[in-house]
Each structure stands twice: as C-alpha cells, then as structure tokens.
Design a protein around this ligand. Sequence first.
Ligand code: NIG
Ligand code: FE
Length: 434
Amino acid sequence: WLDLDLATMSSAAGSDTSSGMSSGMSANKSPATYGMQQSMALAVKNGRISAIAPMAVVDEPLLPKASIAGRGGWMTPGLIDCHTHLVFAGSRAEEFEQRLQGVPYAQIAREGGGILSTVRATRAASEQQLFDLAVPRLQALMREGVTTLEIKSGYGLTLKDELKMLRVARQLGDAFPVQVCTSLLGAHALPPEFSPEFSPEFSSEFSSELSKGSDAYIDLVCRQMIPAAAEQKLADAVDVFCEGIGFSAAQCERVFKAAQNYGLAIKGHTEQLSDLKGSQLAASYGALSVDHLEYLDASALQPLVENGTVAVLLPGAFYFLRETQLPPVQALRDAGIPMAVATDFNPGTSPLASLRLMMNMACTLFRLTPEEALAGVTCNAAQALGLSDDTGKLVVGARADMLLWDIQHPSELAYQIGVPMLKQRIYQGDVSDV
Ligand code: NIG
Ligand code: FE
C-alpha cells in the first residue's frame, strides 16, 4: 500500500440498508442496496483503481498518506452522460415560445425550423466558435460529476460540417479532464439542399444538386460521411433519427449496414414520436443502445434482450416537449433490459445541462427508483457507450473516475436538485475540488 493514494468509501447510512434486492432491477418495496460497500478503502495507481479493501485491514499508520479523507461520505463512480448534442451554435428560445403557443415540434421541423435552424447556425460557425460555445455546457455537466460523456454530430449534415462537429467533440475531450465518446448522427434530418422545396438561402457544397431526396442523402451518409469519420477516427458510433420527421427504418438499416462495414458501433434515436420499429431494427444490428423509446411497443422487446441493447431514457426531452406518452419502463424492467438515463442536451428538445436533474425526472416522470436512476448514469450508461469493461463501476482495474459526495444516502442524488453536494471529483486518479 505504501506507494498508493488511499480513499475511503464509507457510509454513514448504517446496516439497515444493506439487505434486500440486487442492484437496479426491481421495483419492490425492499430497501435498495446500490451495490453498497461500507467502510472500505480504495487505492489508485496510474489512473486506475488498484485495490479495494475493508478499512479494518488497512494499517492505520498509512492513512495520513491518504490524499482524500472520505470518511462519512459516499463515493460513486463518475457520472456518465451517454447521449448529448453538446456541440452546436444558435439558440432555439423563439421556437420554445412558439411551442408554448401550441405549435407542435414536428410542424416546426417540417416548416424548416427545429433541427434545421440549428443546422444553419452550426454550418456558419467555425470550429473555434463551436468549441467556445460548448465549453460552458461541458463545464456545467462536469461540475455535477460527469466524467464521461457522449457527443453527437448531426447539426452539420454535410461531410465537411459533420466532421467539423466531431473534431470539436474530440478537442473537448483533449482539453478537459473528461472522457468523450463521439457518434456520427448524419442521419438526423434531411438537409434543405436535398429536400424538394430547396430554398437558395441554404447554399452549401451540394447546392448544385437540388432536390435529390432523402435516399440520396442517405447515400451521402453511407458512402462519404461514415467512411471519412471512421478513417479519421472521429466517430466511435453511428446514430440515426428513425422517425417521420427523420428517416425511415429502411433508410436507417442502410446506415447500420454501412456502420458495420466500417466497424463502428450503432445507436438510434427511436420511437420518440411514433412506433416505426426502429428500436428492434437497431437492436437486431447489435446496437449498443436505443434512445427515447416513448412509443416503443412493450410486447416487442426480445431483440433488445437478445442483443444486450441498453434502453436510454431521456426525460428532459419528454418534459421539454410536454409529451404524455410514457416509455414502457415496467416492461423494460421486467425484461431485464438495462436502462440508462441521459440529458440529451440539445437546443431544441432538452436545453438542460444537468444529469442529476435527469435522474430526478427519471424518477418523478418515468417512475424509476433512485437506485435505477444511479445505475442509469453509471454502469448502464457505460454499457450504452460500449465502455462496460472499465468505466462506470468501482472495481479493481476500472478507471479511477470517482466522486465523493456530501450526502447521507445515495437516494439524495436523485432527490435534491440545485444544492451542490459533490465534494470532490476524481478523474483518472486526479483529484479536484468542485
Ligand atoms: O434527441 N430527436 C432528435 N434529435 C434531438 C433533438 C434535436 C433538436 O431538436 O435539435 C433529440 O431530441
Ligand atoms: Fe438526441
């Protein structure tokens, strides 16, 4: 132990919470365990957890060397936001006003607003501008304990602009103590220059090829964007928006095939506004996750089970769009499908840079237990990013991305919002006060 930094992982909660169910899978009345271990010491070496042992067996004389005194607090893995659109330019506050006056999200999108208004602003922005705009959003997430996040493209919709967004996402990961995974979301919306009502205000590198239609745009995604993003190692995964205002299941299938050819993981925005069976399709291609899921058919979950696909719940978008159709949480739970929770941070449907608020909303709006919400932003979120091996859990060999909380019990993480309770954030073994 001599060369190691030590941290305690002890709880003041008492032994009354240490009986009962296994982590995350049940909504019965027995007390949640949170996979809790009491009065433990944790050692870090080379940015990874090198040992975990009961405090009782760690020699008292070693403890003054400890860099963190965590006694009486709780330590959790770093939080993971597995679905964000953090990189974009422009604001959609006026669209928010419009929607509050009753204009539906889908109608705004069809009329060239919505996602496409962010596309206009993002195309016009430089890489540096996009980076600068993303920094405060990232810092807000990090201040709450996020140590890993996913960032999607999808507001460029040209080869050049999609790669620009992905480069910015990679640069954010290089510049800040946070692990960034990237997803190419070329199939997010049909860019104006490919739509029948092309208007010349959208000039771009493709403006000479008017009205090619959405199949032609999917050709571009499959033949140019995916190969380039893969070759330049800018994308870890490929995502789609399978929806009436996005792309059909058949078009998404073409994108999944291309992603597979280039060895990229698969994710999907599926069943957000209607049931196009995109979740089952994505799962059948081995998707890491399917996300949103409000309209997912509760009786058709087998493909998710068989492929270990994570169900990512996005209560911020549900709330912000004032949706009423709930995702089939009990059916997902009954089927043993891991559920993750993410911010979906984006300018149109979830301008909410708080993962802990999402934990709260997942409980209040979707009836997750606080224990499920915590699993949803740690181990299950890691699985949604293909990072289960070494992220999202406190085990020997895992990345030493961990949080020390000033709380009495982990249910508080989903309970109280707005009052800071993170004491220390540890990223790959480096400690920072918050
Ligand atoms: O995850 N569903 C599609 N994409 C985003 C919203 C994007 C936008 O409105 O700008 C989402 O909700
Ligand atoms: Fe999204």
